[in-house]
Design a protein around this ligand. Structure first.
Ligand code: WT7
Length: 644
């Protein structure tokens, strides 16, 4: 039996797409009927992009956890909801059925209540990939607290910034996290982030690594003790069930911080109803999920991909979702393939970076791996090159599995442009067609729609979306004007994605990459300005300029041009110091791959750094640097070229 709103043929894709545009309210309300509501909506959609103001299913009340958990209990209570694979393959697997998930999420919701967490409060979650992270996220959603998950690779300073921005009073963390051969001391990072903090009232600490931690009296409590206490309480009350709080359709579900081209990361806010509908609809349609299938999304829940396609999408569809604690290359580069065979994974969703990195290990890690359970493959996070696409197709999918190239963003909540597995045609390295309800448009710098085609019949422009889909971001936390400026002010009446794209004569889209000062390193978004600020924090640095350059595995690498006033000891030591500083300020993920010390930066007469030139040099270009006549001092370029 297929889901009632699953698109089952190319023809149906076209009719559904057409209907979603011509009768958008009718189309989405039909789909919304299939969810559990505490109260139905008065109006399907109200919007304008000027404020911006987008409201889907106004007047409705719901709780996403009833849709992700409770509604499956009657017929899927004993089916695994989450299968957890530990970092160390010889450790015990944990299978969390929907019944267990219900019990644990309720229990943790009670813990939150006991600790004074209320609807609308912001709860920061900084944990490794353990099932308790899922309980924490869903426990927040159950009582209407707004979760903000922070990836384990961010530094204490980054956490402190996010805590302050979200005005969070609660933190859930672990003593430590295992990632391959490394232990990350999460609680100690939290302690550093909380030095001088006066707003955080409670830190709940789950024991994973048994790394010694210091607990602060009156502030820090143990997860295990709190859970035990809640269990007793619920037992006395005679039920494991904790009621799910009624959320307004537009109540915020979570905040997730992401980098932009300027300033500190912004808190992207997602709604309850629209986000639920979209993650569910796209999960079922893009991957063509069939009941009983095992889905393995290799992302970390610290990123949007994990939120939408490890937790909310699969769970709302009643699927079995594999959650992996470790990394693809430990204990060896065959780890993903072992997991696929061990749990008979049917849908594998990963990033081009992972594919390229595993490709680099050759065929040996694939020896003895069956991979026969695989039916659908997916990629996300960055443009996939044709070589990686074909390797994935031949060696992993054995040419039997459709590959979906899913384009989307933290701000979009779920996939907007992708082929539908086995239903709409794939095209290597192309994201292809928009999902129903999504109206992409390519514009020039002035916001004018581009219609001219080049010799190859392609339209080239900046990718915008004309109308709101259900899971479009609603605001950036605490600063609505920033949301407007960033996404809705560049081009009138359009959502601007920040990406460049091509469109072919069949209407397929190929995303070519960011057109703003945002880098995509291993599928992670990093702002150049953020990295520059971190580098500039080093006492010896006068000024810096950061650009991206093509990197064989990471997609983009980080190239920093740095002017120093004096070397701390020597150039090598200063280089190390700068890397340390970036690690302290942002985290190891933002460390530059290359640092070049220069005595000046190419600037225009008005003092603007000409990044175009720096980008070319970083790409290895030495001659065609374009127009340099507007430079204040063209000699600077010569000098930089000499130092490459
Ligand atoms: C940026 C969003 C979407 C979840 C993971 C990243 C790039 C994403 C693709 C794709 C080409 C892609 C875009 C986008 N991107 N998917 N299939 N093909 N580029 O989320 O950190 O918000 O980054 O990732 O540049 O704007 P994110």
């Amino acid at each position: 039996m297929h889901h009632p709103y699953q698109i089952r043929s190319l023809e149906q894709y076209h009719t559904d797409y057409k209907r979603s545009i011509e009768d958008s309210e009718g189309f989405w309300s039909n789909i919304a009927e299939q969810f559990v509501w505490k109260k139905k909506w008065d109006k399907v959609l109200q919007w304008n992009f000027n404020e911006p103001r987008v409201r889907w299913f106004e007047g409705a009340q719901l709780n996403i956890t009833e849709n992700c958990i409770d509604r499956h209990l009657a017929d899927k209570g004993d089916q695994p909801a989450i299968i957890w694979e530990p970092n160390d393959p010889s450790d015990r697997t944990r299978v969390v059925t929907y019944n267990i998930l219900h019990k644990r999420v309720c229990q943790f919701a009670q813990v939150l209540i006991n600790n004074g967490v209320k609807k609308g409060d912001r709860v920061c979650i900084y944990m490794g990939m353990v099932p308790e992270l899922a309980y924490a996220v869903l426990g927040c959603a159950r009582i209407g607290a707004i979760h903000s998950v922070i990836f384990g690779g961010f530094s204490a300073q980054s956490i402190a910034d996010r805590l302050a921005d979200a005005k969070a009073e609660f933190i859930i963390t672990c003593d430590g996290a295992y990632r391959g051969a490394k232990d990350i001391p999460l609680k100690s990072v939290i302690d550093d982030a909380l030095v001088g903090n006066t707003t955080v009232k409670r830190v709940i600490v789950y024991t994973r690594t048994r790394t010694p931690v210091s607990m602060i009296k009156g502030r820090d409590v143990w997860w295990e003790e709190e859970m035990e206490h809640a269990a007793l309480q619920l037992e006395q009350a005679g039920s494991v069930h904790v009621p799910a709080v009624a959320m307004e359709a537009e109540d915020p579900l979570f905040i997730l911080y992401t980098s932009g081209s300027t300033g500190k990361p912004k808190g992207v806010v997602h709604s309850s109803a629209g986000y639920m509908l979209w993650t569910n609809y796209t999960f079922i349609n893009v991957f063509q999920y069939q009941p009983g299938q095992v889905h393995f999304c290799t992302a970390d829940i610290g990123w949007i991909t994990g939120h939408s396609y490890i937790l909310y999408g699969p769970l709302s569809a009643g699927a079995t979702s594999v959650m992996f604690e470790g990394i693809p290359t430990w204990p060896d580069a065959g780890r993903f393939w072992d997991i696929v065979d061990k749990y008979k994974v049917n849908i594998l969703y990963t990033a081009p970076t992972a594919i390229r990195s595993l490709m680099g290990f050759g065929m040996q890690p694939l020896e003895g791996k069956e991979l026969s359970s695989l039916q659908v493959l997916g990629t996300v996070g960055e443009p996939i090159n044709e070589e990686a696409w074909h390797w994935y197709d031949e060696h992993i999918g054995k040419k039997r599995c459709p590959i979906v190239d899913t384009w989307w963003q933290t701000e979009t909540g779920g996939v907007l442009i992708s082929n539908l597995a086995g239903i709409t045609p794939a095209k290597a390295a192309w994201a292809t067609l928009p999902l129903p309800g999504v109206q992409p448009m390519l514009v020039d710098e002035n916001g004018k729609q581009v219609t001219e085609r080049d010799e190859q019949g392609l339209i080239k422009g900046n990718l915008c979306i004309k109308t709101p889909w259900p899971s479009i971001l609603r605001t950036t936390y605490g600063d609505h004007e920033r949301c407007r400026q960033n996404y809705f002010a560049t081009y009138e009446n359009l959502y601007f994605t920040g990406d460049g794209a091509l469109q072919d004569e069949q209407g397929n889209f190929r995303i070519t990459g960011r057109v703003d000062d945002v880098l995509n390193v291993s599928g992670h978004r990093i702002g150049t300005a953020e990295v520059e600020n971190a580098i500039n924090a080093h006492a010896g640095v006068v000024e810096s300029a950061v650009v991206g350059y093509p990197h064989d595995i990471k997609g983009q690498g980080i190239y920093a041009y740095v002017i120093v006033s004096h070397f701390h000891q020597d150039a090598e030591q200063t280089r190390k110091d700068i890397l340390q500083t970036v690690t302290r300020v942002i985290g190891p993920i933002a460390k530059p791959d290359k640092i070049q010390f220069v005595s000046g930066l190419p600037k225009t007469r008005s003092g603007k750094i000409m990044r175009r030139i720096l980008r070319k040099i970083a790409e290895g270009e030495t001659s065609n640097l374009g127009d340099t006549t507007t430079l204040l001092d063209p000699g600077v370029v010569e000098e930089i070229l000499k130092g490459v």
